[in-house]
Design a protein around this ligand. Structure first.
Ligand SMILES: [Ca+2]
Length: 232
């Protein structure tokens, strides 16, 4: 079959199409988080090796408590996970999701869904399940304090900054509006029959920006293929 070469103008057209689509409002949400005052169950600053998770409740307004075998209950999902190595300061946390395509993370995750921070001082970034009797803390605020956005999923193509500072914060923020005790890992997963051997949890659900890039690459390919067919 005789194929004509692709003209530079068609490549330009396809590139413009990709550029337009990459600016489409349906291209993702970005959530940046700063927190200080995260503590262990006994009130010591959380070690930098500890695990921090951002969760979303997708179908209702409540969050299920972590169990020995699962970080999440019911419709709740993991949006991102980190440790405290970004600053290397115990108790001080910074996390950035990058651009997430909400519908790719979960078909049920939509704008306005509640967000919640969970921290597990004794776990690490690679932990697959909490395990029994594991201490954890949790925080969210419907309106947001100390310059924070509301702890709600933003609309597509927008970026929000979530902040959680306790009154004894000093590194990221000179004090915060939340009581010092709110930073403690004062909860723990149940200890009971069947909970002593945690099973594996679902693989990470975060979708990095590169996945949207591959979608755009596919669109470019299809656009060029269609153009070539049209010219025949
Ligand atoms: Ca829920």
């Amino acid at each position: 079959m005789n194929k004509k070469p692709i003209s530079p103008s068609l490549i330009l057209l396809a590139s413009a199409l990709v550029l337009i689509m990459s600016r489409n409002p349906a291209c993702g949400v970005t959530i940046n988080i700063d927190a200080e005052g995260l503590k262990t169950s006994t009130g010591d600053p959380m070690p930098i090796s500890g695990l921090v998770i951002l969760a979303a409740s997708t179908l209702d307004a409540s969050f299920g408590n972590p169990t020995a075998s699962s970080f999440f209950g019911g419709d709740d999902i993991e949006v991102g996970r980190w440790d405290l190595t970004s600053f290397g300061v115990p108790g001080a946390f910074q996390g950035m999701t990058g651009s997430l395509i909400a519908s790719s993370v979960s078909a049920n995750w939509t704008v306005g869904d509640p967000l919640q921070l969970l921290w597990f001082p004794t776990l690490t970034l690679g932990s697959l399940a909490p395990g029994a009797g594991t201490s954890f803390g949790q925080y969210r605020n419907d309106t947001g304090l100390d310059g924070s956005a509301a702890w709600l999923t933003p609309s597509d193509s927008s970026t929000i900054s979530l902040k959680f500072f306790t009154e004894d914060a000093s590194f990221l923020n000179g004090g915060g509006s939340n009581p010092s005790s709110s930073g403690m890992a004062s909860f723990s997963t149940p200890i009971g029959p069947g909970s002593s051997s945690p099973g594996p949890s679902a693989p990470p659900t975060s979708v990095p920006e590169s996945s949207s890039g591959s979608v755009l690459a596919s669109i470019t390919f299809l656009a060029l293929a269609g153009a070539r067919k049209f010219l025949h």
